[in-house]
Design a protein around this ligand. Structure first.
Ligand code: MEV
Length: 323
C-alpha cells in the first residue's frame, strides 16, 4: 500500500530581538496560526520529487545519481531531506507536495516552516515517530543555504511552536503568555526581500563600525529582556513602548524601510501600544500590538494607507503530523 503523510509547521513573528539574535543576544518569538503543509507520498521512482503549489515550481532528484542537483528555490528542501536519508542510511523515494498559508519572503518564517514540515513527513515515514531535535537539525540544512548564517530561531519555533525566549546555543525558555495579552496584528508592506542579504548588510556595518553597532546590538538584547519582564508584569504599555523602541534600533542598523516606518507611525498614532518590523526587515512584515477595543481603528488606518493587515493568534502548535 502506498503510504501518504500530511505534516504541518507554523509561521512565526519575532516580537523583539531579530538580528541581535544572530550575535548571541536573546530574542522573543512566537508561533502563529498560519501553517505550511507537506503531503508526502511514498513512490517507487527512485527519486525525490518536490512540488511547490505556491511557487509554481518543481524539482526531481534521482537518488544515488552522482549528479549535483540543480540549485533552484526548492534545492534547500532537498538538502534537508537528503540529510534525513543519510542519517538513517536509507534511500526512500517520495513525492513531496508543499502548500502554504505563509506569505513568502515576508519575515514570517516561511523558509523555516516549509523544510521543517517536509523533514517531519520524511522522518515520520522512515521512523514512525517525530524526533523534534532531529527534524530541526535537518531543517537547518535548508536554512543555512537560504540565509547563510542563521541564528536558528526560525527553525526552532517552527519545530516547537509556542512562545520562547531564544538565545543561540542555549536551551530555549518557554514563556507563558497571559490570557489578556494584547492582539497581534501583522501588516504586510508587500515588499519582498532576502533575509540572507539583510543579515549580511548588518554584518558589514558591524564590521565597519564595531564601536557604534555593537552597543546597538547589545541594547536590542537588553530590550528583549525588559520586554519579557513587561509580559510577566502584564504591563502592555511598557511592552508596546519597548517594541517601538526596538523598531528604532533596527532602523539604526539599517534594516528598516520607508513603508515599515510608515506602518509603525500609523499604528502608534491610531492607538496601537507599539509596532515594529518583524523578521529581517528591509520590507516584509511589521507587527503591532493593541488592545481589542482599538484593533478595528488601527486596522482601518493601516488599510487606508494601502497596507494588507490581519490579526494573528499565538499558536502552541509546532510541527505536527496531521494524518
Ligand atoms: C529572521 O527571521 C531573523 C534574523 O534575526 C535572522 C536570524 O535570526 O537567523 C534576521
Amino acid at each position: 500500500m502506498t503510504r501518504e503523510i500530511l505534516s504541518s509547521a507554523p509561521a512565526k513573528v519575532i516580537l523583539c530581538g531579530e538580528h541581535a539574535v544572530v550575535y548571541g543576544e536573546p530574542a522573543l518569538v512566537t508561533a502563529i496560526n498560519l501553517k505550511a503543509y507537506c503531503r508526502l507520498t511514498e513512490t517507487k521512482t527512485g527519486k525525490i520529487e518536490i512540488v511547490s503549489k505556491n511557487l509554481g515550481k518543481s524539482m526531481s532528484y534521482t537518488l544515488d545519481s552522482r549528479e549535483e542537483p540543480s540549485k533552484n528555490e526548492l534545492y534547500p528542501i532537498l538538502r534537508s531531506l537528503l540529510h534525513i536519508l543519510d542519517k538513517f542510511d536509507k534511500r526512500v523515494s517520495a513525492r513531496i507536495e508543499i502548500s502554504s498559508e505563509i506569505p513568502v519572503s515576508a519575515g514570517l518564517g516561511s523558509s523555516a516552516a516549509v523544510p521543517v514540515a517536509c523533514s517531519a513527513a520524511l522522518y515520520y515515514l522512515i521512523n514512525g515517530k517525530l524526533d523534534r531535535e532531529a527534524i530541526m537539525e535537518a531543517a537547518r540544512e535548508a536554512e543555512k543555504i537560504i540565509h547563510g548564517r542563521p541564528s536558528g530561531i526560525d527553525t526552532m519555533i517552527a519545530t516547537f511552536g509556542g512562545v520562547y525566549a531564544y538565545r543561540k546555543f542555549e536551551e530555549p525558555i518557554k514563556i507563558d503568555v497571559p490570557k489578556d495579552f494584547p492582539k497581534i496584528l501583522v501588516i504586510d508592506t508587500g515588499v519582498k526581500r532576502s533575509t540572507g542579504a539583510l543579515v549580511e548588510r548588518v554584518r558589514k556595518l558591524k564590521e565597519r563600525y564595531p564601536k557604534v553597532i555593537d552597543p546597538v546590538i547589545h541594547a536590542i538584547g537588553r530590550l528583549t529582556i525588559e520586554a519579557i519582564y513587561a509580559i510577566f508584569d502584564r504591563d502592555y504599555e511598557r511592552l508596546g513602548e519597548l517594541l517601538t523602541l526596538n523598531h528604532r534600533l533596527l532602523s539604526a542598523i539599517g534594516v528598516s524601510h520607508e513603508q515599515l516606518d510608515l506602518i509603525v507611525k500609523t499604528a502608534v498614532e491610531n492607538g496601537a501600544l507599539g509596532a515594529k518590523l518583524t523578521g529581517a526587515g528591509g520590507g516584509g512584515c511589521a507587527i503591532a500590538i493593541c488592545y481589542e477595543e482599538h484593533v478595528e481603528h488601527v486596522i482601518n488606518a493601516l488599510k487606508a494607507q494601502g497596507f494588507k493587515c490581519f490579526s494573528v493568534n499565538v499558536s502552541e502548535d509546532g510541527v505536527t503530523i496531521e494524518e
